[in-house]
Design a protein around this ligand. Structure first.
Ligand code: PLP
Length: 451
């Protein structure tokens, strides 16, 4: 059979269930329910194989910052594939797309983050970071300084290394994770874990867990701390204002490298080019992916400060991927960055569309099912609760209510994700005011139906 968009949905679903193994999906459910088949997309709107339209409030998987269906990245990809479809950047070779993208990222990144090590994804980039910080300290004569501190409920990728940095217990339970010398501390999630403590005190308390861990493990053993400026897949956890300044102080005072995972927060999501800028964080390394190409091509990377790059460049860094700096992916990312910049998309999130969405989103706390509705730039969440005053959890399994709400969203033409009993949004940054109105109206309807 020639498999195209023209096959009936049931047939596509049957072939999918028979042959396609999906990430983070219960395969048995696919056989009974069938996956939704997305056939095309434009702007913020997805279309499925039955012709239904959905407003994609997730930008795919926090990726499609410039929106779907732009011709320019497709043209950039085609141009590059005709000229030089592939060459590697190993063994003393390079090519123009990798040079140009690295130089552009150095311009955009804050401080002296002037050097880029490319990867094919965020997971690969975080694996690079593990090896890079350990190599850095080994080169400086401190090979024992190799422990990386991360946070519970964090998501940093799915490979054995990045999954170890992540603090998702259900992934660790598969076995083999975490790899040695990774240590997890608690996340700064005041609403769900803060109890009677004020958000400010709670932020300090959670940050000081880092200091405690460094003291317990020994500063001569701790290489780095990694965190997202705002935890995304963990449920859009916006830390109390006291958290990051204290983390920064602790890293500075104890000589610990700070890695900001900007895979979600980067490229306009928080209202500036990087979450680190929005939250005034000064990392030594930033992990990037997703919005780097708006998902039009698979690419990630580590943006590294002068001092770390200098030390790494003094040895042969035994690490790399065939697709590090893939020419087509670099060309697409460059075009994406040009669009974000020249069309003023990042500035618009800071000055207009972000505040507009935030004001509408905060309005959802009026719904009886909503406990809090934090949002920064264009990444937001709502906590579903039977009683906002006591921040109570629903009876039954965590996530049951979130799943029901997600299905009601789908029925109402809205894609929102759920993380446990939190609903999440991260729409394309080009979303219009009218589309923001529709997003929030549909979210409200889905909440009514869930109630
Ligand atoms: N880091 C963060 C913060 C992420 O959200 C993700 C993916 O969701 C990753 C890393 C892993 O990126 P990838 O899926 O491209 O490997």
């Amino acid at each position: 059979t020639l498999i195209t968009n023209h096959l009936p949905t049931a047939e596509l679903q049957a072939l999918d269930a028979a042959h396609h193994l999906h990430p983070f999906t219960n395969g048995a459910e696919l056989e009974t329910k069938g996956a939704r088949v997305i056939t095309r997309a434009k702007g913020v709107t997805l279309t499925d194989s039955d012709g239904n339209n959905y407003l994609d409030a997730m930008a795919g998987l926090w990726c499609v910052n410039i929106g779907y269906g732009r011709d320019e990245p497709a043209e950039a990809a085609a141009r590059q594939m005709r000229e030089l479809p592939f060459y590697n950047t190993f063994f003393q070779t390079t090519h123009v797309p990798a040079i140009a993208l690295a130089a552009r990222l150095a311009e955009l990144a804050p401080g002296d983050l002037n050097h880029v090590f490319f990867a094919g994804s965020g997971s690969e980039a975080n694996d690079t970071n593990i090896r890079m910080v350990r190599t850095y300290w080994a080169q400086k004569g401190q090979p024992e300084k190799n422990i990386i501190i991360s946070r519970k409920n964090a998501y940093h990728g799915s490979s054995m290394g990045s999954g170890s940095l992540g603090g998702m217990t259900f992934m660790h339970e598969q076995g083999g994770l975490p790899i040695p010398n990774i240590h997890h501390i608690d996340q700064p999630h005041w609403w769900s874990e803060g109890g009677d403590t004020s958000p400010e005190d709670f932020g300090l308390e959670r940050a000081r867990q880092l200091e405690q861990a460094i003291e317990d493990l020994g500063a001569d053993r701790v290489a780095a701390f990694i965190a997202e400026p705002i935890q995304g897949a963990g449920g859009v956890v916006v830390p109390p204002a006291t958290y990051w300044p204290e983390i920064q102080r602790i890293c500075d005072e104890h000589g610990i490298l700070l890695i900001a995972d900007e895979v979600i927060c980067g490229f306009g999501r928080t209202g500036s080019w990087f979450g680190s800028t929005t939250l005034d964080i000064r990392p030594h390394i930033m992990t990037v992916a997703k919005g780097l190409s708006s998902g039009y091509a698979p690419i990630g990377g580590s943006i590294v400060c002068d001092e770390v790059a200098e030390v790494i460049n003094n040895c042969e860094f035994a690490h790399g991927y065939t697709y590090s700096g893939h020419p087509m992916a670099c060309a697409v990312a460059l075009e994406n960055l040009r669009i974000l910049d020249e069309e003023g998309i990042v500035d618009r999130v800071a000055q207009h569309s972000g505040p507009y969405l935030q004001q509408k989103w905060h309005g959802l706390v009026e719904h009886p099912l909503v406990g809090e509705a934090p949002i920064v730039g264009m990444m937001g969440s709502i906590a579903l609760t039977p009683d906002a005053a006591t921040r109570a959890k629903f009876a039954g399994n965590e996530g049951d209510v979130g799943l029901i709400c997600r299905e009601h969203c789908f029925q109402n033409g809205l894609v929102m994700r759920h993380v446990g009993d939190r609903m999440i949004i991260s729409p394309p940054l080009v979303i219009t005011d009218a589309e923001i109105d529709t997003l929030v109206e549909r979210a409200w309807t889905a909440l009514d139906l869930t109630h």
